[in-house]
Design a protein around this ligand. Structure first.
Ligand SMILES: [Zn+2]
Length: 423
């Protein structure tokens, strides 16, 4: 009778182990040797033991290695129903006479991660779909653990990234927090879609150099054009690393410079102008900065009078609006011709802030008209930029720059990060 019960329990355990072995997949040379349920803590522990006939070979020279010591490690696996599932196994540290001691890599997890590949793969889907806080709750992992999973995922994705067809990139600076901390974000056109390729520290030359170094000299030589603002640091970096790249000064940044000039003229006039001018200009700041077609309906009637007035601000605004029509040019020659006419008008305006911008444009003219040669527009990257902005708002700012860099690549890098995928 007693014998029968023992036999029955043995059977049950073996079946349960086999059942878990099938669920977890190939763990060779380890195999499931015990499944323990801790009902009180809602934890299901699966112990894996090395088969006695296992032989360890050095990954580099394939010679046989001997075991130096064993270390017990634990990994969080996908939950079994409401039970948190933990794998536990002794992992050997082995020694090769030539290549030294090394920890054996288990087949179900990566590096020193405390999660199995299955868990990380699932966690990535959750982290992509939910805000960080909610994802952490759903997965029952800490903020740091979520960050570790994301960092590993980004590194994995970057290692798999193919950049052979990369010809056009956009470079942009991104302010982090309220201080003077910046990131350099590089977006590339891959298969016609903009994807963040890199996030570097600062907005100086170094911030961008890191990207070219990662890309390597051959890929750098294939870059046809780089779109950016007029920052000298970025220009220097491109000249140093990309022998065949033309510069494109991003229309969005050019517009920003002109808008700033219009605003400077307004500020000065609002202080120095006649009494009528001063009162006319009250509460008009934003109206001059909108493109004419974007002006909200409620301001239309008032602005109709303002824009044709003799105000200096109106004169600056008209030059700005005229500049916006540059996008209708057909080619580089057309753009050159347009620029020279515009430049004369800008210089005749006698408005110093406007003239200053016009001179800067003239000094950088090749990079302004080059957009008509490459037919490539930063507007694509702007979409990515506004999504980065949204990410920063949602997470209430990033105190940790490294975390922001990881998150940018994690969400907008279009990386293949799945630890379960073969590539
Ligand atoms: Zn070796």
């Amino acid at each position: 009778m007693g014998r029968a019960i023992i036999y029955g329990m043995d059977m049950k355990d073996t079946t349960l182990n086999e059942h878990y072995q099938q669920i977890i997949g190939d763990t060779s040379p380890w195999e499931v040797s015990e499944v323990r349920l801790d009902i009180a803590r809602l934890v299901n522990e699966v112990r894996l033991t090395v088969r006695p006939d296992a032989i360890w070979g050095c990954p580099q020279c394939h010679s046989r290695m001997h075991v130096k010591e064993w270390r017990t490690r634990r990994w969080r696996h996908l939950d079994s129903c409401q039970f948190k599932t933990i794998l536990e196994a002794a992992v050997p540290i082995v020694e090769c006479s030539e290549h030294g001691a090394q920890t054996v890599q288990v087949p179900w997890a990566e590096g020193s991660s405390r999660f199995t590949l299955f868990f990380e793969s699932f966690a990535l889907e959750v982290l992509k779909a939910c805000p960080a806080m909610r994802a952490g709750e759903l997965l029952d992992i800490s903020w740091d653990e979520a960050d570790g999973i994301k960092q590993r995922a980004v590194l994995r994705g970057l290692a798999r990234r193919q950049v052979r067809d990369l010809e056009y990139v956009c470079v942009d600076e991104k302010a982090v927090g309220r201080g003077h901390d910046y990131l350099t974000v590089v977006t590339g056109l891959m298969d016609g879609k903009p994807q963040v390729l890199y996030a570097g520290d600062g907005r100086g030359e170094e911030g961008l150099n890191g990207f070219w170094k990662w890309l390597g000299p051959e890929a750098c030589a294939r870059i046809k054009a780089v779109s950016m603002d007029m920052s000298q640091a970025y220009q220097n970096s491109v000249c140093r690393y990309c022998p065949n790249a033309e510069l494109i000064f991003d229309p969005f940044h050019l517009m920003k410079m002109l808008n700033r000039a219009v605003d400077e003229v307004r500020q000065r006039e609002a202080v120095m102008g006649t009494k009528t001018e001063r009162s006319t200009l009250k509460k008009t700041r934003q109206m001059w900065l909108w493109g004419e077609e974007n002006l909200p309906e409620r301001h239309a009637a008032r602005f109709e009078e303002l824009k044709d007035s003799t105000l200096k601000t109106a004169r600056a605004w008209r030059i700005k609006e005229l500049w916006r029509t540059v996008k209708q040019c057909l080619d580089v020659d057309d753009a050159h011709a347009f620029f020279h006419k515009w430049y004369v008008l800008a210089m005749q305006s006698k408005l110093e802030p406007v003239k200053k911008v016009a001179r800067a444009f003239k000094a950088h003219l090749a990079g302004i008209v080059s957009i008509f040669k490459h037919g490539f527009c930063n507007a694509l990257a702007e979409g990515v930029n506004s999504r980065i902005q949204l990410l920063m708002q949602k997470s209430c700012g990033y105190r940790n720059r490294q975390r922001l860099k990881t998150d940018i690549l994690f969400h907008f890098g279009a990386l293949n990060m799945d630890p379960m995928s073969a590539q």
